[in-house]
Write a protein that binds this ligand. Structure first.
Ligand code: TXA
Ligand code: MG
Length: 321
């Protein structure tokens, strides 16, 4: 696999690869994606195979503009307001397909809906403008593993499975987009992300939260996900042998951890979010036997950080829990 710089020629080259049915990793402001032509079933099949992702778990379609989105799905004034406020940016909206929707059924797992977003990363926006078709792109990682926020991390996890990663530098936000379902009556949140529930409710009114929504509508909301190779626990009492601590803020406990990595010494949640996956990638390579985590405030993007951490920790709980 080759990491390529986002020159004009390379972006053109990637657009040709995608239009020929190849799968290429692309940068976004949230995490790196594994992109393919959303209208090409063979290309989409490759994504599921490369990620070892169950075909019942649908993909997000990425667009260049709201006009392009309108050709595929039903939009309304709430969508227009959200679009005006948050697009391009880290928000994904699940909407009903139009009857002539060109997004392949395989990408949407046969559902009557599509998850759509306009990313803000300039390299990928340029690419979307060039290809002129929506690109499906799940996060560029094997199913269940850590998401990637650098081209090198994609190389580490998928290096033997794809030919190209378009290098867009370190992802600015560092956590996957907020996902909201507007395809039915009451808006419901499917995944926490950088755009907070408070920001969304200002526009859409009351939103049903995942904790309150018993039926899992989005397989990304499954309990076990985003996991490093070693066990992770959401407490930091009684350090274990060869355990690392993920710290937050300026008052760090004086305890004998093998390593301490601070997500943000100044207690800045945005900084912590942008560093989380890189810290987990580094720690899983560092030879520590387990990871302990200090509490992160449940405010704004802190909610999304805790969501990812609790799923990573759930990976090591027995299945019955
Ligand atoms: O930030 C992001 O959203 C990144 C970048 C690459 O854009 N993509 C990403 O994709 O995180 P993925 O596939 O890892 O997560 C997509 C989530 C999954 O939880 C999936 O189940 C849900 O969106 N999803 C996709 N289409 C859906 C649909 N029609 N209805 C409900 N959930 C859907
Ligand atoms: Mg993912």
């Amino acid at each position: 696999m080759t990491i390529i710089q986002p020159t004009k020629q390379n972006i053109q080259k990637v657009s040709r690869e995608l239009l020929c049915g190849e799968v290429v990793s692309i940068p976004t402001e949230t995490v790196y994606g594994l992109a393919a032509d959303s209208t090409n079933a063979d290309a989409i099949k490759k994504i599921y195979r490369i990620k070892n992702r169950p075909e019942i778990n649908p993909l997000i379609a990425h667009f260049f503009s709201l006009e392009q989105i309108e050709q595929q799905v039903e939009i309304n004034t709430t969508v227009e307001k959200l679009a005006a406020k948050f697009w391009p940016g880290p928000l994904t909206i699940v909407l009903k397909k139009k009857t002539n929707c060109q997004i392949d059924n395989l990408a949407t797992a046969g559902l009557a809906t599509v998850a759509v977003r306009i990313p803000v990363h300039p390299v990928t926006l340029k690419l979307l403008e060039l290809v002129e078709i929506p690109l499906v792109a799940p996060s560029a990682n094997p199913s269940g593993r850590l998401s990637c926020v650098t081209a090198e991390q994609v190389q580490k996890l998928l290096g033997n499975k794809i030919n190209w990663v378009l290098d867009g530098g370190q992802c600015q936000i560092g956590l996957e987009s907020t996902v909201i379902d507007l395809s039915e009556g009451q808006p419901s949140l499917l995944r926490y992300g950088a755009i907070s529930v408070y920001q969304l409710e200002n526009i859409c009114g009351k939103i049903l939260l995942p904790e309150k929504n018993q039926s899992i509508k989005s397989p990304g909301m499954l309990l076990k996900h985003y996991a490093p190779k070693c066990p992770i626990r959401l407490s930091f009492d009684n350090p274990r042998v060869n355990e690392a601590l993920i710290a937050f803020g300026c008052s760090i406990p004086d305890l004998p951890f093998a390593r301490i990595v601070n997500l943000s010494e100044k207690g800045d949640l945005e900084e912590a979010a942008s560093r989380l996956f890189s810290v987990l990638h580094d720690l899983e390579e560092s030879g520590v036997d387990s990871i302990a985590v200090m509490p992160i405030p449940e405010e704004g993007i802190g909610k999304a950080i805790n969501d990812r951490l609790s799923r990573a920790a759930a990976n090591f709980l027995p299945d019955s829990l």
